[in-house]
Ligand binder design. Structure first.
Ligand code: SDX
Length: 460
């Protein structure tokens, strides 16, 4: 009895009922199909089915209004499943807990992209291809050296990835599977190199080149931390922790940055530019930038005895948010946060519990029992403990989101390729509800449109 694989689920949507609508403005009735998809039974109606609802034939028709897409499915996807109420996260059906415990980041990157786990042969070739594409063009070094010493590494990383598109013009051939594959390999291979170069630049240290004898995570740590030693010996506790953290951060369905990659990628730009857009979105403090803000928040609290007062300030609504808490989807404990917390315990068992961890534990203890947070279903998310582990590895606070970007590149690329292969997708171009002025005649209030011009303004 071999490893029986379930048949891949169909991506077809099936009709499961109808929505009968009566427009009180016209007393006309409409019937819209309710569609159901996948094994989890997500249901939706096609927004375009509402366009037929009009009060007169020349009207545009009814749109759906959904700021921040709180209730809008922008796509069908088979990559990641999240159940926010039950705190479930699965990549291609595999529970995140099992992947974090038994897999490697590159095996997960393959799984996210291809939908199935790699055979040993596929995996060996994948690791080889990625290992032998870790170098970047020497001009990228010059490019990065143009940044100030105190430049934020996310700003550097976003720029460097966008710049890579100028080195691989053939990546524009996004419909050529071979060009798509090599671009995906290059991005997965070069993100750690670029991230490490950003770190070394800010530290004023010489860039360390990739070491092809090392694993993906060990090589990254080597490019970050190697000094005069000929061969870098990574701390095995840190290697294991980073491998797990990369797996946990690999994908998270249609989050802000994945949506940015899909939207920018839908214009058929090259994947380097689309991934740069994802990095820019992740940089935000409400998204991937939260792990950096968690540490800054903990530093601001300063001592465990100040936690209660800080929490009251958050609850007043006037203070800062409790960074690392809350989630658009998870209305229970983020399953990744549970794994990260266990990892933090292991790392701190080795290096000793410190004041910041005590503050974090006190924040969590109070928040999980306080009705303000419980009633709003605000639980720790993946960012709450991650920063503490990165800091224990001596990564600077503003580098935490760079680590998130390195890992999330695997998910963004899987989402990007799935979007390209989805026959229903086309360039993303939402509509709007126009609430501005009606037509009005132009009458300027200016007497001179060119105040800085030396010569008299041209006659209008
Ligand atoms: C990530 O989408 C993803 O999947 C993202 C991510 C991924 O893997 O890609 O999981 C990674 O981005 C995790 C989230 C990291 N961000 C933070 O930790 C920042 C702090 N969290 C919040 O800013 C907030 O919780 C969000 C942005 C994460 C979610 O915001 P929502 O869903 O828009 O919820 P909301 O802002 O409407 O909040 C609902 C209520 C509000 O209070 P009331 O108006 O009802 O009085 O909860 C309050 C909010 O003020 N609230 C918080 C809070 N988060 C929400 N109050 C205090 N502290 C917080 N952290």
């Amino acid at each position: 009895m071999g490893n029986t694989q379930p048949t891949p689920p169909s991506s077809e949507l099936r009709e499961t009922g109808t929505l009968d609508i009566k427009d009180s403005r016209t007393s006309k009735s409409y019937s819209v199909k309710i569609l159901e998809g996948g094994v989890e039974g997500d249901t939706a109606v096609r927004a375009m089915d509402f366009r037929q609802i009009k009060t007169s034939p020349d009207e545009f028709g009814l749109m759906t209004y959904d700021p921040a897409f709180m209730n809008t499915a922008s796509c069908k996807s088979a990559i990641t499943f999240i159940d926010g109420e039950k705190g479930i996260l699965r990549y291609r059906g595999y529970p995140i807990e099992q992947l974090a415990e038994k897999s490697t980041f590159l095996e997960v990157a393959w799984l996210l992209r291809h939908g199935e786990l790699p055979t040993q042969g596929e995996y060996d070739q994948w690791v080889h291809d990625i290992t032998y594409h870790t170098y970047v063009h020497e001009n990228i070094k010059t490019f990065l050296q143009g940044f100030r010493y105190d430049a934020h590494p996310m700003s550097m990383l976003c720029s460097a990835v966008a710049a890579l598109s100028s080195f691989y013009p053939e990546a524009k051939q996004i419909h050529d599977p071979e060009q798509r594959n090599i671009a995906i390999v290059r991005l997965l291979a070069k993100l750690p190199t670029l991230a490490a170069f950003c770190y070394r630049h800010v530290k004023g240290l010489p860039f360390i080149y990739p070491d092809n004898d090392l694993s993906y995570v060990e090589n990254f740590l080597s490019m970050v931390a190697r000094m005069s030693e000929s061969k870098y010996e990574a701390n095995p506790v840190f290697v294991k922790a980073l491998e797990i953290l990369f797996i946990l951060h690999a994908d998270h369905e249609q989050n802000c940055s994945a949506s940015a990659v899909r939207a920018v990628g839908s214009s058929q730009v090259d994947p380097f530019s689309a991934i740069a857009a994802g990095i820019a979105a992740l940089y935000g403090p409400l998204h991937g930038g939260a792990n950096e803000q968690v540490l800054r928040m903990i530093k601001e609290i300063g001592d465990k005895k100040n936690v209660a007062a800080f929490i009251e300030n958050v609850k007043s609504g006037k203070g800062a948010k409790l960074m690392g808490f809350g989630h658009r989807v998870y209305k229970s404990y983020d399953p990744r946060a549970k794994i990260v917390k266990k990892l933090a315990d292991e790392v701190f068992a080795q290096i000793g519990v410190d004041k910041d961890l005590e503050i974090a534990l006190e924040l969590e203890r109070i928040a999980l029992s306080d009705d303000y947070f419980v009633s709003r279903k605000l639980y720790p998310n993946v960012d709450f403990y991650t920063g503490l582990i990165y800091r224990s590895m001596a990564f600077p606070t503003d580098f935490f989101t760079v680590l998130f970007a390195v890992a999330r590149t695997s998910g963004w690329l899987a989402q990007w390729e799935e979007m390209l292969n989805d026959k229903e997708q086309k360039i993303a171009r939402p509509r709007q509800i126009y609430v501005g002025y009606g037509e009005r005649p132009f009458k300027s209030k200016l007497t001179n449109h060119f105040p800085n011009a030396k010569k008299p303004a041209p006659a209008k």
